[in-house]
Design a protein around this ligand. Structure first.
Ligand SMILES: *Cc1c(COP(=O)(O)O)cnc(C)c1O
Length: 366
């Protein structure tokens, strides 16, 4: 058995002809940055999500930076966010001179806990930045209610959650701005770096497009401070093929997760992922919480089963981000970081592979 965490080769082989064709179209056109292919993909995303504006950018990290810049978030502003996520979220807040204000996560979903947000709001708070971690939507109705009551912006980090719905409404459509990553291993991934910023606001959309292109609408006239963050035409062309399959792939992830949970739920040392009763989960990661995590990881590695830890150190304990929240103040995040283990997850995972992985975990605890 050749089990991969994410098997991009199997996926490529399924769509090889279509992908190769659109790549050669881009090569023939010599339009490599922005242009028709990017415009087509932006339109596909608007249709798919039901949003007014999608702006292709260079990667998901830039998408977060551009979103914060578009909302004028900078020096000494505070952004309420989760410490239990990939580094990019905090990194962009700090790099603009703003402060991340961490709110602990829910012990079930591992997403930001809405009931702990209010106590962290101050006169400097500008925005709430929830992450839909592992493809599981954060509780957006509660977050939006708080944001309205306190006049705060909401930026959704949907880097792990393209296509998932929260109470029948797709994520990316709740906040003022949403940020998407198309890093190859994301559930909608391209073959290099790529990202997107989406919004329903005409005014923000115009500003986002300008920021991503050197603060300029008209060439060589720079109205605001910007950067260079554009989506390549090759990546857009690939994504425009892949987006046709995203619902099917997300459903396959969901089915694979169901089988994992079925096979693992009887093991007392293993806590399987939580799915909200009123929304979906697209399992960008299938992440369990376990006893003796590091030993289990070694045991699985010896059987040829790759696993990963998302994430081993909460961001408030990272050396680069010390001084925002002390150790011990975000106890759920700190505990969960010691126990999580992500198992192989992708749409092309085979039943016998899932059975083998589950059996190997069972064996470890027997
Ligand atoms: C991947 C990821 C990002 C960053 O995306 P890149 O395209 O790699 O820059 C941001 N936030 C979260 C939650 C992610 O998982």
């Amino acid at each position: 058995m050749n089990i991969q965490m994410v098997d991009l080769k199997r996926q490529y082989l399924e769509i090889k002809n279509e992908i190769n064709m659109v790549i050669s179209e881009v090569l023939e056109s010599t339009q490599f940055i922005l242009g028709k292919k990017v415009a087509e993909f932006e339109e596909s995303v608007c249709k798919y999500l039901g949003v007014k504006h999608s702006i292709g950018v260079a990667n998901g990290t830039d998408a977060l930076r551009i979103a914060l810049m578009a909302l004028n978030i900078g020096k000494d502003d505070e952004v309420i966010t989760t410490p239990f996520t990939f580094v990019a979220t905090t990194e962009m807040i700090v790099s603009l001179g703003a402060r991340p204000v961490y709110v602990d996560i829910e012990p079930e979903s591992y997403n930001i806990n809405p009931s702990l947000i209010k106590e962290k709001i101050t006169s400097r708070t500008k925005a709430i930045l929830p992450v839909h971690l592992y493809g599981n939507p954060a509780k957006m109705d509660e977050i939006i209610t708080i944001a309205r009551d306190y006049n705060l912006y909401v930026i959704e980090d949907a880097a792990q959650a393209f296509g998932v719905a929260y109470k029948d409404k797709k994520v990316c459509t709740f906040g003022d701005i949403a940020c998407i990553s198309f890093f190859p291993s994301k559930n909608l991934g391209c073959y290099g770096d790529g990202g997107m910023v989406v919004t329903n606001s005409d005014e923000l959309a115009e500003k986002i497009r300008m920021i991503a292109n050197h603060g300029s609408k008209v060439r060589y006239i720079h109205e605001i401070l910007g950067m260079n963050s554009r989506l390549d035409a090759i990546q857009a062309a690939i994504l425009n093929v892949k987006i046709k399959y995203i619902d099917d792939w997300n459903n396959k992830r969901f089915e694979n997760a169901k089988l994992y949970t079925e096979l693992l739920k009887a093991i007392p040392e293993v806590k399987t992922p939580h799915v909200n009763s009123d929304s979906k989960h697209i399992f960008h990661q299938y992440t369990i919480r376990v006893k003796n995590r590091d030993e289990l990881q070694k045991h699985l590695q010896n059987k040829g089963i790759p696993t990963a830890i998302h994430y081993p150190i909460p961001l408030h304990l990272q050396p680069a981000f010390r001084g925002y929240s002390d150790e011990g103040t975000l106890p759920v995040s700190e505990q969960v970081a010691k126990e999580v283990l992500s198992l192989p997850m992708h749409p092309n995972l085979k039943t016998e592979e899932i059975e083998f992985i589950a059996q190997s975990i069972k064996e470890f605890y027997e």
